[in-house]
Design a protein around this ligand. Structure first.
Ligand SMILES: [Zn+2]
Length: 255
């Protein structure tokens, strides 16, 4: 049964991932997420049901628009697959539980953050607010008002820490070194896994970000690199390794 449900969650994830592509791309631009329906960006051809199947449509339609034959970016299919993996792995890790639901909301918010920050350099407030409000309600169900309050305090600690880093960075570099979205994202991290791991996520994101940034700098010669995706990837690592302050301590000792 575990395999059956893992596959179900994977498939569900690919469908949600398809939706997150739309959300991540349109919300920062202030566009509606329901209309117009998905279409080819070049010829406006409206996608039929057959062209909307996650991953498979991309693979079997020759990776191009069926109408004008323009090449479709593998970006969309990748995020459908990626979200599928996140959903399947979450089910394996948390089982059928409230924790699973909270993790899925958290990871979903991160996927949208990665897509929108990468595509538009913006982390939309609406997206973060959706994650924060939904997780807060679920925490209330999980551990009552006490858990919600301590999680909120953790969120604020992480938020103000990142804000201090931003102010320092802005001062040193004499320009906006970090977007406000990255600071607000830290509230979500603190809320979900506590301020200790939220602060560790900043540290971890630098390790993940450095090699990737170097490659982008060399290949694209583009010196504006969004930071939100690296923070989000770090948060995903922390979630799936279920890192906490104790585990981190013993990991450091072992090392
Ligand atoms: Zn087209």
């Amino acid at each position: 049964m575990t395999i059956y449900y893992t596959i179900v969650f994977f498939l569900m994830g690919t469908v949600f991932g398809s939706f997150y592509n739309v959300v991540g791309y349109r919300i920062p631009k202030g566009e509606s997420i329901v209309s117009p329906p998905s279409h080819c960006p070049k010829c406006n051809h409206k996608l039929t049901a057959w062209e909307l199947i996650p991953i498979l449509s991309y693979l079997f339609l020759g990776r191009k628009c069926s109408s004008c034959k323009v090449k479709i970016s593998p970006f969309y299919a990748f995020f459908e697959f990626f979200t599928g993996i996140l959903f399947g792995a979450s089910y394996l890790l948390f089982g059928m539980s409230l924790e699973l639901l909270i993790a899925l909301v958290f990871l979903s918010t991160l996927v949208i953050v990665i897509i929108s920050d990468y595509q538009t350099m913006i982390i939309a407030d609406e997206v973060l607010l959706f994650g924060i409000v939904t997780i807060s309600i679920l925490l209330l169900f999980k551990g009552g008002f006490d858990l919600l309050l301590s999680s909120m305090i953790s969120g604020f600690i992480a938020f103000f820490f990142m804000w201090a880093i931003k102010l320092f960075g802005d001062y040193v570099f004499k320009k906006e070194a970090m977007g406000g979205g990255d600071v607000k994202l830290m509230f979500l991290f603190g809320l979900y896994f506590g301020y200790e791991m939220a602060l560790f996520a900043i540290f971890l994101s630098a390790f993940i970000g450095l090699p990737i940034s170097l490659v982008i700098l060399i290949l694209k010669k583009d010196n504006v690199i969004p930071y939100g995706p690296f923070l989000s990837l770090a948060a995903m690592v922390i979630t799936f390794l279920q890192l906490d302050i104790q585990k981190l301590g013993s990991l450091l000792n072992w090392w």
